[in-house]
Ligand binder design. Structure first.
Ligand code: DI6
Ligand code: FE
Length: 402
C-alpha cells in the first residue's frame, strides 16, 4: 500500500524538525505488516511510485495510539459509588467499607469468561474509535487463582476478536479480598504468586503490576512478587504514589520497572530513581479528574529529570471510566500542563516503552504499520478537541480497517 499527500507526524524526531517529526507533504509505503518507507512526496523512490495510492488529502497521519494502562475487563459498574463520592465519601472510605475495587471483584467473580469478553469488547471498540491500535489490559478484579486466570484469558481473547494488539498484565496484587483481610502476606503466597506462575505457564502474562498503597499492598508484601516476576523473565510495573507517597516508584525502579503509574505524590527521590533506571512515568489524568484529586503529579520535575512520560486512560469502573485516549491527552494538557506534543509522545513512542515494545509507536522503516489517519491538519488538534475524536481511518499491521 502507498499513502500519498499525508501530513505526517512520525514521532521520530530524526526525520523531522521537532518531537512530532512533522513532514508536511509525505508518502508512506507499507509492505505486509511493516512500514517500508516514509518521507517527503518529492523523495519517494521511483520503484514505489507505480503502486496504487491512497490519497490522504493532506490529512494528519500518526502512529496508531497506544493505551498502556487499562483495566478494561470487569463486570458491573460503579455509578452508585460515583454518587456516594459526590455526597462526600472519599475513594478510600468507599474502599474500606467494602465498596470500591471489591464490589467490582464480586461482580467479576460471578461472570463467565464469555460474559466478561462480551462486556469488554464494546469498551475496547471505544478505545479503538479514539485511535488506539495497541492496548494493555490488566487482571486484578478476580483475586483468586481461577478468577485471575479467567480475566487474563479474556484479555488474550480480546486480541483475537479485534485487530488491536493486546498486552496483558497480571495484577493479582490489586486489592486484598475479604477472605484475606489483614493477611496480605498469605494472599501474596496463596493467590498472587500461584496465579502468576499458572498464568505464565499458560502464556497469559506479558508483565506484572501491583497496587502499592495504604489501602492495598506494602513494599514488603510486593518484594517476593517482583522477585518471582523477574525469575520468570517478566517485566514489572507499579501503581505508585497515587494517593500517598509510599516510595513505590523508587522500589519499582530498583526492580528495573518498565513504568510507574499515577505518581501524584511522587517524591524527588522517586524521580531520580526513575530517571536512573529509565522507568517511564505513566500519568493517568482520568483518575485524577474522577477522584477530584488536587495534588498534581510533578510534571515539571519529571520533565527536568528527563523521565519519559506516557499518557493512558486507566480505563476502569471506579476511578477512571474513561474510554477515550484523545480525551486523556486533552486532560493531560489542561489539568497537568503537558504540551500537545508531549501528550502525543505519551500515547505513541513513550507508551511503547512503558509496554517494553520496540516495534511500533513511531513511523519509520521496519516498524509495524499501525497508523491512524485523522480529519485534522495539525497534531495539536488531537489534544485540543474535547469529546470529539477526529479519527478518519485506521491501519492495523498494514491493513486498512474501514
Ligand atoms: N488505581 C486505580 O486508579 C485503579 N486501580 C488502582 O490501583 C482503580 C481501580 C478501581 O477503582 O476499580
Ligand atoms: Fe490503574
Amino acid at each position: 500500500m502507498l499513502l500519498t499527500h499525508a501530513t505526517l507526524a512520525t514521532m521520530s524526531p530524526a526525520s523531522g524538525t521537532e518531537g512530532y517529526g512533522l513532514i508536511p507533504d509525505a508518502a508512506v509505503v507499507l509492505e505486509g505488516e511493516r512500514i517500508a518507507w516514509a518521507g517527503p512526496m518529492a523523495d519517494l523512490p521511483a520503484g514505489y511510485r507505480a503502486r496504487p495510492a491512497q490519497d490522504c488529502g493532506h490529512r494528519l497521519v500518526t502512529p496508531g495510539l497506544i493505551d498502556c494502562h487499562t483495566h478494561a475487563v470487569f463486570a458491573g459498574h460503579r455509578a452508585v459509588e460515583f454518587e456516594l463520592r459526590l455526597k462526600g465519601a472519599s475513594y478510600e472510605e468507599v474502599a474500606r467499607a467494602g465498596g470500591g475495587i471489591l464490589s467490582t471483584v464480586t461482580a467479576t467473580r460471578a461472570a463467565s469468561e464469555d460474559a466478561l469478553l462480551a462486556l469488554a469488547l464494546p469498551r475496547v471498540d471505544q478505545l479503538i474509535a479514539s485511535g488506539a491500535t495497541t492496548i494493555e489490559v490488566k487482571s486484578g478484579y478476580g483475586l483468586t487463582v481461577a478468577d485471575e486466570l479467567k480475566m487474563l484469558r479474556v484479555a488474550r481473547r480480546i486480541g483475537q476478536s479485534r485487530p488491536v494488539t493486546v498486552k496483558t498484565t497480571h495484577l493479582a496484587a490489586h486489592a486484598i479480598p475479604p477472605e484475606f483481610k489483614g493477611r496480605s502476606t498469605a494472599y501474596i503466597d496463596e493467590v498472587a504468586l500461584p496465579s502468576l506462575r499458572a498464568a505464565h505457564a499458560e502464556g497469559l502474562v506479558d508483565a506484572v503490576d501491583a497496587f502499592c498503597e495504604t489501602i492495598a499492598f506494602t513494599l514488603e508484601d510486593l518484594a517476593p512478587l517482583f522477585a518471582e516476576a523477574r525469575a520468570l523473565g517478566l517485566p514489572v510495573k507499579l501503581h505508585a504514589e497515587q494517593l500517598t507517597d509510599q516510595g513505590g516508584a523508587a522500589f519499582a525502579a530498583r526492580h528495573g520497572a518498565l513504568s510507574a503509574d499515577h505518581l501524584e505524590y511522587l517524591s524527588p527521590e522517586g524521580i531520580a530513581a526513575m530517571a536512573a533506571a529509565g522507568t517511564v512515568a505513566v500519568i493517568l489524568p482520568g483518575a485524577f479528574y474522577t477522584l477530584r484529586e488536587s495534588q498534581l503529579p510533578p510534571i515539571a520535575a519529571l520533565r527536568a529529570g528527563g523521565v519519559p512520560m506516557a499518557v493512558a486512560t486507566d480505563f476502569n469502573p471506579g476511578s477512571s471510566p474513561l474510554a477515550s485516549l484523545t480525551l486523556a491527552m486533552n486532560m493531560a494538557c489542561t489539568l497537568f500542563r503537558l504540551t500537545p506534543e508531549e501528550a502525543l509522545l505519551g500515547t505513541t513512542s513513550h507508551a511503547t516503552r512503558a509496554l517494553g515494545l520496540t516495534d511500533r509507536g513511531r513511523i519509520a522503516p521496519g516498524l509495524r504499520a499501525d497508523l491512524a489517519i485523522w480529519d485534522a491538519d495539525h497534531p495539536a488538534e488531537l489534544s485540543y478537541r474535547l469529546g470529539a475524536t477526529p479519527l478518519h481511518t485506521r491501519i492495523f499491521g498494514g491493513r486498512l480497517d474501514a
